[in-house]
Structures are given as structure tokens and as C-alpha cells.
Design a protein around this ligand. Sequence first.
Ligand SMILES: C[S@@+](CC[C@H](N)C(=O)[O-])C[C@H]1O[C@@H](n2cnc3c(N)ncnc32)[C@H](O)[C@@H]1O
Length: 363
Amino acid sequence: MNALGAHLRDILAREGEITVARYMAEALGHPEHGYYIRRDPLGEAGDFTTAPEISQMFGELLGLWCVETWERMGAPARVVLAELGPGRGTLMADALRAARGRLAFREALALHLVETSPALRAEQARRLAGARAQWHEDIAQLPPGPTIVLANEFLDALPVRQFVRAPAGWRERVVVWNEDARHLEFSAGRSATTENIPSLPREAPDGAIVEFAPAASALVATLARRFAAEGGAALFVDYGYALSPGEARNWSGSLQAVRRHAFVDPLSDPGECDLTAHVDFAALGEAAQIAGCRAHGPVTQGAFLSALGIAARAETLAATAEPQARAVIAAALHRLTAVREMGALFKAFAVSDPRLQSLAGFP
Ligand SMILES: C[S@@+](CC[C@H](N)C(=O)[O-])C[C@H]1O[C@@H](n2cnc3c(N)ncnc32)[C@H](O)[C@@H]1O
């Protein structure tokens, strides 16, 4: 058993059970043994590959989206440009390069990165040398003022709570230690408490799992209050869903673990694999609106990047590329936008100051 597994077993010996949200928070963010704390998990040699690591086009288009959003905000003389969970810093490096020609924007911006991983902060510092970035643990530490936020595959790493429909009623889903089998396992918890949780669906069958992401909703609400007061917008790209009222749900929850580009058991090796849950964009839209902001989308990543002009950008890059590089650009365009690749599962969703009636890329 690894160090994090032993730590969790000690907690469970004392407390009996921990919520799925606490398990996720410990597995990803434990200050010593958490998955993100000491490693760079990205890329072919790591556990998973993200859109900015597939092609420079992704970060470049998001950079131009920031410039355009800043113009729609009235081109304030000072703007906080923040990225949440910047990974290796690739997206921001590409975004800043694409925005290089827009001098007034470059002069207005102050770059702030919200990142908890020391290993990835070091990588970001290397790639963004010269950008005068400042790092923070939490969005609460961002300086005041008009703000533009980017976050790719960030919300899916925030802890979710799960509730399971047991014969005796709803129970919070928990993680326990099975001493006989000597492993962690899921269980229906002791607590029937569902306070602070929106209503649970009456039509759910026995065994159904329903998920809520209070940390993601709280983050969106905090940003929304800030944008309503001081101006700004946030763009989130992530995989997730937006159920319309009455639409059929999946009753198995979406918590998943990935290691070396393959799905693994989320409990088998805590701290050694990435844990994520699909983002509930409808819930985030509601959180934004309650906090006084406008929600945009979600739209599919394919539609969003197409509306921002990814096909033309690919053509421009290909025009001066060697044949082999041209094939790489075409493959990246396909991977980012095709429905069977990342184009439909991933979605773009934005929250803005209500005075911003429209944002680039959203119909
Ligand atoms: C899946 S990676 C995405 C990286 C990057 N955005 C990309 O697209 O390549 C998640 C990122 O969020 C960071 N992260 C995870 N949980 C965080 C938290 N609670 N606060 C700040 N950063 C977090 C990770 O360290 C990592 O940089």
C-alpha cells in the first residue's frame, strides 16, 4: 500500500467512513502525497493529454478570445488575466503569444495563476518566464478589478459529493476500509443528511447514484459575484453535460480514474491516478445566475473552436509547414473538433458580467 493509502486507512480506522468528496480531495490534493502535488501527469509519457498539449491552436484561439472579451468589456486600462489549473503553462504561453500584436491588451494585463501543485508551478514558471506571473492557491487571493479567467479541465478535478438511493432512503456515498479484503471500497454511508443539497430526483431507482459539485458551484458563484461588481468573464472548457428538465439521467455517477491513458478503479491506487467527475454545466449556470451573472453555453468544444476560426488557423499554419507537420496539424484539428474525438464530449461554458450580452464563440 502506498503512503496515501496508509494515510486514508488511518483516517478510516478513526472515523469509519469518508465522503467521496473528501476522498477526491485527499487523493488529488493531499499536501504531501496528492496526485497533483509532486508530478507532471500530462502528455504521452504521463497519464492523460489535454487540448493545449495537443495543439498550439487551442491556446492561441483562447488568447484571442481574451482580447475580444476585454474589448467587449470596454478595454479597461487594467485587467487581471487569471488561469485556474494551468498545467504546464502551455495554454497561457500560446494565448500570450497570439495576443502579442494587441499591445494595449498586453499592457493592460496582469497575469495571475491559481495552482496548488508545486511541481506544475515550476513548469509554468519555466514556460511563462518573462510574463511576470503571480501564483495563488485559491481564487480568493486574486487582486480586485476587472478580470478574465480561463480554465481548461479544471472544474472536473474539484471534489463531488455522491448520494446513493438505498432501500431505506438516500445516503451519502462514502469510502470505507474493508479489513477482510484489505482494500478501500464504496458504501452507502450512515448519514441520511442531504442539507445544502438540491432536491434529489424522486424517479431514481434503487442503487442510483446522483452527484453534486458544491466546490465547483461555489467557485463559479464567487467569480460571478466578482464579475457583477467589477466586470469580467470566465471561460471554462471541460467534459460534462447539461441536462434539460425531464431529460433521462445516467444513474451511475461519473467519478472516474485514469492512469497511463487508461481507465482504472478510482480506489485501487489513491494518489497514483487522476480522478475526475463530469461537470454539471446546468448547475453551474444556475449558480452564476443566482449570483447576478449571465451564463453562456455550454456549446460543444467543436462548435466553439470552429466559431473562433480554428479551421482558418489550421490552414494558415499548414501553408508554411512541411508535409509531415501538415499531417500533424490536420490530425490535431480533427482530434480537437470531431464529434467522435474531443469535439462533442468537451464543452465550452462562460460566465460574465450581465452587461456583456454576448461572448465570442457562443451563439
Ligand atoms: C487536468 S490538469 C489541466 C491542466 C491544464 N489546464 C491543461 O489543460 O493542460 C488540472 C490542473 O488543475 C490543477 N489543480 C487541480 N486541483 C486544483 C485546485 N483545487 N486548485 C488549483 N489548481 C488545481 C492541477 O495541478 C493542474 O494544473
